[in-house]
Structures are given as structure tokens and as C-alpha cells.
Design a protein around this ligand. Structure first.
Ligand code: KG4
Ligand code: ZN
Length: 359
């Protein structure tokens, strides 16, 4: 089966094509294009929904064309139709996200579904992040990468950590997801972004803080790790932001080394809470796999700590992390989610739902 995915829930515009290999049961990524209006948002230190949507209107057709071209190995225009003919279905993010942005993806998918006479599959963006783990091989003109994602077994616990969400879910099987807990205030990525702003670091704060933390002195600052010992699977990150704000106010000047030292402590506090709660959930439900997803999952310290602690503390559980470029928003994960949760709808019936949560 070949699925074309479309993702426009926030500021990215993504189109990807995946193909499953019926023999190996793996999902091959044959093209993946993402355009971002990040540079425009760096100027304002955050996403302005109107600007994001206007940029997406400009990007969507060129990104679609590029994805089709990449899947055709960059060949002549006529050959591109052979790929289009192979597409069995169109998958699109319907929520959660920014309404204007979501509409651009959904209206494009609806048009293609009508024009190409292909079924359309609505996908929950958060579930999409989980399914980045199921993309096993990347085949395109540039590279081939293999990993063992086809080995994922249920039950599994997934930690979804992005700019808008921090959630722990129990997955009993494809389509059977139970929410265990989530953030009570800021999401982990949101905390990184807001603290990055307090530290005058470039937007988005997550990758900037990760970079600064590499130069940080681990002993200089130690911040509280919110809710680390609470008996539930909830998180809270807004207190950390306030602590950092107060710390900065009390300093005479915020020099480069201090920014790095604070960055280290911030990353340490966020990662520690995420890892402890995820392992606690995995242990409680005796899961076979832990899956990581969302933009914050690109953080190397989070990946390392999660892998290390899983192997050491609950060695009977396998841990899976998507390749970094599949952690931040992309359409490949949306197509992958649609493949494993194949529920087509009529193109007339598809609607956006900015408030969509877990089923
Ligand atoms: O999943 P995503 O691309 O978009 C949403 O669905 O929100 O996540 C974006 C978030 C931002 O908050 C960004 O700061 C964070 O992911 N992020 C990171 C890293 N790369 C992206 N956070 C920590 N370390 C990173 N390397
Ligand atoms: Zn996302």
C-alpha cells in the first residue's frame, strides 16, 4: 500500500509518501518534504497563527510537487504520474492544531481525494507522533537507513512531548489508546521555548537550550523537578519557568556562561521528570515497548537517558525512538498512522478539529 500524507497543524507544511513492504512488514519512506516558516517566527519569538497559515498557503503546492518529484527519483514530469497512480490513499492531520493551518492541509487533501479518486484518512496529530516510530526504512535518492522499528510489540507506553503537548498513553493495540496523564500547564516544549526566550536564545528554545547545555556547568544551578514524586502520570512545567525567571532577575548580569549553566539545569530538570514518569508507567503496566515522539524527542539527552534507564531499570522493555527528523512535525508520521489505523472517510465528510485529543 502507498499513502500520501499531509501535515499542516502548526507552522510546518509537510507532504510525504510511504510504502509498506508486504514481505518485511516495514514502512518505507520514499519521500518526505517539510517547509517551515520558523525563520519568520524567530523574529517574533513565537508562532503567530496568521503568519503561519499565510506561509502554508504559499508552500503547500510546491511542497506537494517536490514530494511527488522526490518519490519519482527526481525524474521527468510524465513519470511523476506513475507515482500518483500508485497512491492508494491520502492521509491528513485533522487536529489538534491551529485552525487556519489545519484547514490548508485538509482542503488540499480533500481536493486531491476528489481529483484522484482516492480515499482520505483523517489523522490525529498526536497519534501521528507515536507512529513516527513505525517508519523503518528510508529510501530516497540520497540515503537508505535501516532500524528495527518493525519489532514494536504491544502493550506499549508512549511519551508524546511537543510544543503543545506532554502526554503519557498506554497503547494496547493499534487504535486502542488509553490516556494515562499529561501536563497540567505548560508542555515540555513550551517550557523550553519560554525559558529560551527568558535567556535571549533563538526560537525555538528547545534546540537552543540543548546546544547551550553542552557548555554548562552541571553544579552551578539545580532547579526543582516538578511533580517528579507525585503518584500519578501528570506533569507541570510552568513553575520551572517562574523559578528561572526569578533566578535571572536576581543576577547582576546574564553572561554567556551563566546562560549555558542555566540551560544545563533546565534541560536536566525537564528530562529527569519525563524519564522517571515514563519508566514508572512502563513498569506499572508491564509493557513490552516504550515509544517516544514529538519535537522534544529530538533532544539527545532525553533520548540517551530514556534508553539508558530503560535498559538498566526495566530490561524486559524495548525502547524505540524515531530518527530525529521524524520527531518534529512531518507528514511521514501522519501517513504511517493512517496505514496502521486505516479508516477512510468520504471527502465530503472530513472536518478539522483544533481541539482534538486522544480518541
Ligand atoms: O512536535 P513539534 O515539531 O510541534 C508541535 O507539535 O508542537 O514540537 C516542537 C517543539 C518546540 O517546542 C521545540 O522547542 C521542541 O519541540 N524541540 C526540542 C528540540 N527540538 C525541538 N526540545 C528540546 N530539544 C530539542 N532538540
Ligand atoms: Zn507535533
Amino acid at each position: 500500500m502507498t499513502i500520501l500524507g499531509i501535515e499542516t497543524s502548526c507552522d510546518e507544511t509537510g507532504v510525504a509518501i510511504i510504502q509498506n513492504d508486504s514481505k518485511t512488514k516495514k514502512i518505507n519512506l520514499i519521500s518526505n518534504i517539510v517547509a517551515s516558516s520558523l525563520s519568520l517566527h524567530s523574529k517574533t519569538g513565537g508562532i503567530i497563527p496568521d503568519i503561519a497559515a499565510r506561509e502554508q498557503v504559499k508552500y503547500i503546492i510546491p511542497v506537494l510537487e517536490s514530494a511527488i518529484k522526490e518519490a519519482s527519483g527526481g525524474k521527468m514530469v510524465n513519470d511523476q504520474w506513475s507515482i500518483v497512480n500508485k497512491i492508494d490513499a491520502i492521509a491528513v492531520t485533522v487536529g489538534p492544531g491551529l485552525i487556519g493551518s489545519l484547514l490548508i492541509g485538509v482542503e488540499t487533501a480533500r481536493t486531491l481525494s476528489y481529483l484522484w479518486k482516492k480515499p482520505i484518512i483523517p489523522v490525529n496529530h498526536l497519534i501521528g507522533h507515536i507512529y513516527a516510530n513505525f517508519i523503518s526504512e528510508i529510501h530516497n535518492s540520497k540515503f537508505i537507513i535501516h532500524n528495527s522499528a518493525a519489532e514494536i510489540q504491544f502493550p506499549a507506553v508512549a511519551l508524546i512531548v511537543s510544543g503543545g503537548h506532554t502526554d503519557l498513553v498506554l497503547i494496547k493495540n493499534h487504535g486502542s489508546i488509553k490516556w494515562l496523564g499529561g501536563t497540567r500547564d505548560d508542555a515540555a516544549g513550551e517550557a523550553f521555548d519560554k525559558i529560551g526566550r527568558l535567556l535571549n536564545l533563538p526560537y525555538p528554545g528547545g534546540p537552543s537550550i540543548e546546544k547551550e547545555a553542552l557548555k554548562g556547568n552541571p553544579k552551578k544551578f539545580i532547579f526543582p523537578k516538578p511533580m517528579i514524586g507525585s503518584g500519578d502520570f501528570d506533569f507541570s512545567f510552568s513553575g520551572l519557568k517562574t523559578t528561572v525567571y526569578r533566578e535571572i532577575k536576581s543576577l547582576k548580569n546574564l553572561d554567556g556562561q551563566t546562560i549555558s549553566d542555566i540551560s544545563f539545569a533546565v534541560q536536566d530538570a525537564i528530562v529527569d521528570v519525563l524519564v522517571k514518569k515514563t519508566l514508572k508507567a512502563a513498569d506499572k503496566y508491564k509493557v513490552k515497548s516504550i515509544l517516544l515522539g514529538g519535537g522534544v524527542a529530538a533532544n539527545q539527552k532525553l533520548r540517551d537517558e530514556l534508553i539508558l534507564n530503560t535498559k538498566y531499570l526495566i530490561p524486559y522493555t524495548e525502547i524505540f525512538v524515531p530518527q530525529k527528523f521524524l520527531c518534529t512535525d512531518n507528514a511521514a508520521m501522519i501517513a504511517s498512522a493512517a496505514f496502521y489505523n486505516y479508516k477512510p472517510v468520504d471527502w465530503r465528510d472530513i472536518t478539522v478539529n483544533p481541539e482534538l485529543y486522544f480518541y
